[in-house]
Design a protein around this ligand. Structure first.
Ligand code: FAD
Length: 287
């Protein structure tokens, strides 16, 4: 009975679901031995170091990864980096197939003036910093200011904005890095503005994440109702509206209409607002 040796490089979701696909393809005449190679001491990729710590439910997918890892013929080699500890040519020689599932770790530049000022951070640095990723513990995060601007209108922007806008005591029971928790607790930020360059109908947020926003206990969330009304009109003119888009716009309408608590911490989502320059002498002072 043929047994194929497979190397999967990267222990993130793509690596695990690749391993699972091989496991599911096994039958009485065909089996796979899977070696997963991961550069960090711990597996799960961005499920560990990307997902926001105040949304632990999303991390339950790790239970699926644990099940995959318990299957016969699966081995994890952590602390082994492709390109440093082992070379692709060696893996090619030793295995029947090599799958590269190493993810994407670099943020995209905006290409505007001032984005290299200190305290202008990419989510690709800020998120792993608060999630205790060993490569990012030294990122310099200065929250000694009253307002933060988050550029982008997707769930990563929303995670980042929520982390900055909520009462840090809400992070106590989570697995936020201790050093980051200390910085959040001394943060002076009381207003966080998310800027989406296009209209609400083009935002990449998803409805469940939007629906969570009015539930924040210590933060009021603002969206300009007129922007949602105008987006609905634009969308209706385009014909049939997709369910996901309808749900998103409805969730945003509810945020806009939601009665505010009158608390000090504010999170505002602004649309049709593309940054053109980031200003400041040493660090960010204005966007
Ligand atoms: C801030 C943020 C929040 C997110 N939140 C959510 C969410 O709430 N829900 C959701 O569904 N998705 C979320 N995502 C998206 C999701 O995390 C990614 O789509 C998913 O993790 C991609 O999986 P991957 O396996 O391709 O990459 P990764 O998760 O990045 O895994 C790649 C793995 O490869 C390893 N690796 C890299 N280079 C090497 C090498 N040379 N040798 C060995 N190993 C290596 C890395 O250490 C890592 O463990 C979020 C993403 C980000 C950035």
């Amino acid at each position: 009975m043929p047994n194929y040796k497979i190397a999967v490089v990267g222990a993130g979701p793509a690596g695990y679901f690749t391993a699972q696909a091989f496991q599911k393809a096994q039958n009485e005449e065909l089996t796979f031995s899977i070696d997963m190679i991961e550069r960090l001491p711990t597996p799960w990729g961005l499920v560990r170091s990307g997902v926001a710590p105040d949304h632990p439910k999303i991390k339950t997918v790790s239970k699926v990864f644990e099940k995959i890892a318990k299957e016969d013929g699966f081995r994890l080699f952590a602390n082994v980096e492709l390109g440093k500890d082992v070379l692709l040519k060696d893996l090619r020689e030793a295995y029947d197939a090599v799958v590269l599932a190493t993810g994407s770790t670099t943020g995209r530049k905006l290409g505007i003036k001032g984005e290299d000022l200190s305290n202008c951070l990419s989510a690709a640095d800020f998120v792993p910093w608060y999630n205790a990723h060993p490569d990012f513990t030294d990122v310099k995060v200065d929250l000694d200011t009253d307002t933060a601007v988050v550029i982008g209108a997707g769930n990563v922007a929303m995670d980042v904005a929520r982390m900055l806008a909520i009462d840090p005591a809400e992070l106590d029971p989570t697995d936020t890095a201790e050093y980051a928790l200390a910085v959040f607790k001394s943060s002076k930020i009381r207003k966080v503005i998310i800027c989406g360059r296009r209209g609400p109908e083009h935002a990449a947020f998803t409805a469940p994440e939007l629906r969570d926003l009015p539930k924040l206990e210590h933060t009021d969330v603002y969206i300009d109702q007129a922007q949602i009304t105008e987006a609905n009109l634009r969308v209706e003119q385009m014909g049939e509206v997709e369910k996901d888009l309808k749900n998103n716009l409805e969730a945003m309408r509810l945020i806009a209409e939601h009665r505010k608590k009158g608390v000090e911490r504010k999170l505002e989502i602004k649309f049709l607002a593309a940054p053109i320059e980031i200003k400041g002498s040493n660090k960010v002072e204005e966007v």
